[in-house]
Design a protein around this ligand. Sequence first.
Ligand SMILES: Nc1ncnc2c1ncn2[C@@H]1O[C@H](COP(=O)(O)OP(=O)(O)O)[C@@H](O)[C@H]1O
Ligand SMILES: [Mg+2]
Length: 360
Amino acid sequence: MKIFMIYGGKSAEHDISILSAHSIMTEIYYEYYEVIPVYITRDGKWVKGPRITRAEEVLSQEDLRLGFDEEGVQSGKGTPFELSELQEKDAIAFPVLHGPNGEDGTIQGLFEVLNVPYVGAGVLASACGMDKSVSKILFQNEGLPQVPYKKVLKNEWEVDSDTVLAACQEELAYPLFVKPANLGSSVGISKAENRDQLIEAIRMAFEYDRIIVIEQGVDAREIEVAVLGNEDIHTSVPGELVKQQGFYDYESKYLKNEVVLQIPAKLSDDIKTQLREYAARAFSAVQGSGLSRVDFFLTEDDEIYLNEINTFPGFTQFSMYPRLWESTGLAYGDLIEELIQLGLQRFRDTQNYDSKDREN
Ligand SMILES: Nc1ncnc2c1ncn2[C@@H]1O[C@H](COP(=O)(O)OP(=O)(O)O)[C@@H](O)[C@H]1O
Ligand SMILES: [Mg+2]
């Protein structure tokens, strides 16, 4: 079987995507597969690298850029990739992309239209998981605990910012976290301790999206649970992102390795069970399939709040998601294999529905 490993992409998480893809390509079971690396450059070009049939043939992290530099200038290696290649028989797409255009349902929609099996969440789960204003409504509907928040549209802010500010001050208590609805990796997110900072934070968030959410801040530990499965949902032991400083941006979190992962997290059995149950329900609430990492806040007096769901979490050997599975008893290579099988299984299921649709 052929695996199209798709990585890079236009989002801010381009670099972590390359690291994740490199790890995955190194650990795939080459007895069953050959891999075609497909790199999406920062400006959105799709380029194909040489076919890989053994782990030893995997390109270095730098070479996975296929000769493209930061500015998108090419010096060789990669050849143009035609989307129709995805439709080859016995092939599956493996999008290793984080953030907009990769984790938000858009590329998943492309695979659906091309009728290509793919790894990970479908269109709906990807889109709902990416959009904080939508996922919060689904979680609320499912009865999952979340911090108090307020959704604000750009238009409301522009027409009457005083009313927006008054409502925030009345309904929420400082510190507040202001977030664009549709971005990941802490881009456009800031913490506000007072009215002036709130105005600044709102302005900044609106530079990234026309919808933002303003959340009440909590002083809490950050605990994450891995979810795996389609209809049959499995959860991992919880892990903790141990903080060295107050607020984690993307750089400190992923690139500078300023976080320490405590796996499994030191928690009572009751809290562990509760977190795993919430994680499975959050996954169902967005109609997840394949995988997700569900992130929580846990306060000193054991209040749990669901923060967010990530339908394609960081996936290097050092990332939380695969390490949670390792600690739960599923090795990295087996995890990749399981994800491929889950993608194929979902594809077969949807093919059945498609043929019913034609019969009607
Ligand atoms: N309501 C909150 N209270 C306390 N800390 C928060 C809150 N919201 C976000 N944070 C901090 O900001 C980080 C990034 O926010 P998050 O919503 O997870 O965005 P992203 O989708 O970019 O990961 C969190 O991991 C946490 O450290
Ligand atoms: Mg997060």
